[in-house]
Design a binder for this molecule. Structure first.
Ligand code: NAD
Ligand code: MG
Length: 341
């Protein structure tokens, strides 16, 4: 049964009775740390030596310790490092400091789900995962709102792990927006599937393939760019605001009839079959193992694919056309101001 929690369900005193270490001071780290502190929670920051984030954390008035010192002092440790760094830092610097009754928290389930991190039995293991980037977690909190979040408990050693996680979620503002109970397994697998198949992987391939089809048929790349990439945002905004039917109401009847009859031919049975294969690779750990190996080998394949992507013709034509749309450039500038560059 779906469980959604709000502020009335949380006990703010639980998190205030803990010593919290936020490990990492990046996108999520700075937002969690600042929101927790403003909610009256005792927070220290753990960072590696020579971390470029240390000066920012100190300027914000936090005590900055090494990862091991912060973990030793704290009885609740929130790991907000890049997911690919977490296992090494946990095993070398955090695990030796854990004592029975401590809690270790995550904002994404990858390392627990694929067992690159396996905390001992006496430790509460929970997740509080905001469904938005860190700068929004901070900004909405200061405005009196919050970012909806997922919450999960993997190990309930104290019998109070869920209440503690909910108290943490409350202190970062999430219960103002809604906190949905899930599991590490569901959060990790749906997150990976969404980014691979729909949001990031599927979408970018769809745009590039449409652009290539038009330009190879001799149409101007400018036309192909406007059709296949620029307009996407306008359509997605309508879907975001009003759902798919609402979006269909706003487009022409020609566009609607064409989309209803041709869409299923693009996302054909063989495409759906491939989606299921990708989901299976997520579920059986094939993707996780491949990504862990890629990191161990220095990410050469990853970097090569990144560079290839930058050379796609849709990038050059897009850069030229966006220069002529100062309102888009202004939007980009605003984002850079918010995130600090
Ligand atoms: P980030 O890359 O913005 O920040 C990582 C921080 O860790 C930086 O301060 C960096 O200096 C520090 N760091 C790196 N290596 C370190 C080490 N060895 N020791 C100590 N500090 C180190 O990361 P992020 O995007 O905030 O992601 C953190 C977690 O939050 C991840 O689990 C991620 O999946 C999750 N998450 C991120 C978002 C998001 O929108 N960014 C949303 C939800 C959940
Ligand atoms: Mg400790």
């Amino acid at each position: 049964m779906t469980k959604l929690y709000y502020a009335k369900d949380a006990d703010p005193s639980l998190i205030k009775s803990r010593k919290v270490a936020v490990i990492g001071y990046g996108s999520q780290g700075h937002a969690h740390a600042l929101n927790l502190r403003d909610s009256g929670v005792d927070v220290r920051i753990g960072l590696r030596e020579n971390s470029s984030s240390a000066s920012k954390a100190k300027e914000a008035g936090f005590r900055v310790l090494s990862n091991a010192e912060a973990a030793a002092e704290a009885d609740l440790i929130m790991l907000l490092l890049p997911d690919t760094e977490q296992a090494r830092v946990y095993n070398e610097e955090i695990a030796p400091q854990l004592v029975e009754g401590d809690a270790i928290f995550f904002a994404h389930g990858f390392n627990i789900r694929y067992q690159t991190i396996t905390p001992p039995q006496g430790i509460d293991v929970a997740m509080v995962a905001p469904k938005g980037p860190g700068h929004l977690v901070r900004r909405t909190y200061t405005e009196g709102g919050g970012v909806p979040s997922l919450i999960a408990v993997e190990n309930d050693a104290t019998g109070k792990a869920m209440a503690l996680a909910l108290s943490y979620a409350d202190a970062i503002g999430a219960t103002r927006a809604g906190v949905l109970e899930t599991t590490f397994k569901e959060e990790t697998e749906t997150d990976l599937f969404g980014e691979q198949v729909v949001l990031c992987g599927g979408l970018t391939e769809l745009v590039q393939a449409g652009f290539e089809t038009l330009t190879e048929a001799g149409y101007q790349p400018e036309s192909a760019y406007f059709e296949c990439l620029h307009e996407l945002k306008l359509i997605v905004d309508l879907m975001y605001e009003q759902g798919i039917s609402g979006m269909r109401f706003s487009i022409s009847d020609t566009a609607e009839y064409g989309s209803l009859t041709r869409g299923p031919r693009v996302i054909s049975d063989s495409v759906r079959e491939e989606m299921r294969r990708i989901l299976t690779e997520i579920q059986d750990g094939t993707f996780a193992n491949e990504w862990i190996e890629e990191n161990k080998k220095g990410r050469s394949n990853y970097h090569r694919l990144q560079e290839d992507g930058k050379k796609h013709p849709v990038e050059a034509i897009g850069a030229k056309l966006r220069e002529m749309m100062p309102f888009i450039t202004a939007g980009k500038k605003r984002l850079e101001d918010i995130s600090g560059g």
